[in-house]
Every structure is written in C-alpha cells, then in structure tokens.
Write a protein that binds this ligand. Structure first.
Ligand SMILES: [Zn+2]
Ligand SMILES: [Zn+2]
Length: 301
C-alpha cells in the first residue's frame, strides 16, 4: 500500500516536464559558466565585484526577507515603500513571482517531508533525493493539493498581483541595470552568475538543510520538529540566515531564524535595522518553548 502510493506519487511527479523551467535553468547556468570563464580570462573589475555583491544581497534579501519571512509567514508588517522594494528585489532573483513561491513554500511547511511536500529529499533515496530537493522538482510542473491552490491574503494583495503582471520585466531589469553600468561583463557576472549563485543558496536550504546539520532541540535534547529540517551554519552564511532551517520549521512565523545573538542570520540583522528605522513593525520574535517533545513521524519511503 505504502509502496504503491509512493510509486503513484512518483509517476505524478514525472508526468509533466516543465520545459521553460528546464531550459531557463540550463541556459542561466551556461551563461553563469561564461561569467566564470570571463573572470579567469580577463579578471574582474572592482565595479563588477561591487555590482555582484550588491545585486546578490538585494535579490537575496528580496527572497529571504520579502518572499519568505514577510509574505509566506507574515513575520512582520511592512511600510509600503519597503513592501514595493522587496517585491522588486525578490522578483529580480528569478525564483518565480511572489504568488507561486509563497504558495509552494506554505505547502512545504504544511507537509514537511511528507508525501505532499513539493521538494522533500525523502521522495527518493540517497543522492537522487538530494538532487530532487535541490533542483529536480523544478523540472516538473508542480500542482499544489486542492486545498492550497489559492490563498486569500495573496489574492487580495495588490503588490503581489502587480508583481505577477510585471514579473518578466522585473527579472530582465536585473540584467539591464548591470549592463548599463558595466557592459557585457556586467550581464555575465552581476546578471547570470549572481542569479545562479542566489538560486543555489536558496535551493541548498531545500536540499542540504533537510539532510545535513543539527536539529533544533531543547536543553534536555528533546527535538523541536517532526521533520528532517536541519540547522546548517554554512548554508546560513550563503543564504543570509536561512540555514537555521530546523529553528524555522519549529516556529515558521518567527522573523528571526537564528535565535542566539551570535547566529549568522543576516536577514535578522536587516529586519532589526528596518524595525529601528520604523520601516517595519510587529516583528514576531523568538520565545523558546521549554520541555517540548515531539515523536518522529514515519518515513515516506
Ligand atoms: Zn524546509
Ligand atoms: Zn518557511
């Protein structure tokens, strides 16, 4: 029974190949490799380094602070100018428009590491599971379970609707701006190489942070979560704090993923700065529950 249902889920996943996603991702990687080639042949100018840094941070925070902590989990409320800025920055990351990203990620939390999870490494054994969670699931058309196809808050959000309409233009502007400042090398380094770098940082949260690292637990060693989510400091560094993923699965609405002052949660630092500046408010901050014991849920496969 279990085997049969997992096989039918596998068939479902394989059913419709997502050609635009597949060719888009492959092409972006080819151009990113051209960027690395350019870097080795001609070196990289200070302008390009700075542009690469700024665009990586802007689009990365667009995802972590905007798409994820604000929109998906409603971890804080936001002033309109910053809300618009985050919609543009997140869109430039080329990870899809807000609506789809947020809706799919909510499903990930509802069904973490269970059969309906869009990108659990548990879907396949070994390296195949890692690849599925990291990139493979994007190559197939994903249909959310019936109850989670639409979300009222997103339907009603005018910025989300606007962002969906102008999404392609927003993504393209993430290439045009570096081109205007730095020419062709700007497109390769701060356009494609930056795009692919931020993609893999986000994707590593789905793959590595559900496989490798430590699990959030209390002082007695009782686990905080039922799923496979992990805290991984290396991914926290690249993914601007999102690597504290086991913490995050425990209380998704908390806007801080690194609970300790010494945690490398750069998105938290930005949120703290925005709050101090009065640009955001009602930030949901960690309150650690004591003595929580959750039993393991059975594995899918
Ligand atoms: Zn997760
Ligand atoms: Zn989340």
């Amino acid at each position: 029974m279990g085997k049969q249902s997992s096989r039918s889920a596998e068939r479902k996943k394989r059913k419709e190949f997502n050609y635009p996603n597949f060719f888009g991702i492959i092409l972006a990687h080819i151009f990113a490799l051209c960027g690395i080639w350019y870097l080795f042949i001609y070196g990289i100018s200070l302008t390009n380094w700075i542009l690469f840094g700024i665009f990586s941070l802007l689009t990365g925070f667009g995802i972590t602070i905007g798409y994820h902590r604000m929109l998906t989990h409603r971890g804080f409320q936001c002033s309109q100018p910053l809300r618009w800025a985050l919609a543009i920055m997140g869109g430039m990351a080329g990870e899809g428009y807000e609506y789809e990203w947020v809706a799919n990620h909510r499903v990930h939390h509802f069904f973490s590491d269970q059969e309906q999870d869009p990108h659990s490494p548990r879907a396949y054994p070994g390296i195949k599971g890692f690849l599925w969670a990291h990139i493979g699931w994007l190559f197939f058309k994903y249909e959310r379970p019936d109850l989670y196809k639409t979300f009222q808050d997103l339907d009603r959000d005018p910025v989300t609707q606007w962002q969906r309409k102008f999404y392609l233009l927003i993504v393209i502007s993430g290439f045009i701006i570096p081109f205007l400042i730095s020419g062709l090398s700007g497109i390769l380094i701060s356009g494609f190489l930056r795009l692919v770098f931020v993609w893999h940082s986000t994707w590593s949260v789905n793959s590595i942070c559900h496989l490798f690292g430590s699990r959030a637990k209390d002082a007695e060693g009782n686990l905080y979560t039922r799923d496979d989510s992990r805290n991984n400091i290396l991914i926290a560094l690249f993914a601007l704090g999102e690597g504290y993923h086991s913490n995050h699965h425990f209380r998704p609405t908390w806007a801080y993923h690194g609970w300790e002052w010494h945690n490398l949660d750069m998105s938290k630092w930005m949120i703290q700065s925005f709050e101090w500046l009065g640009l955001i408010w009602n930030v949901k901050k960690p309150v650690i529950d004591k003595g929580l014991l959750i039993k393991e849920i059975p594995k899918i496969a």
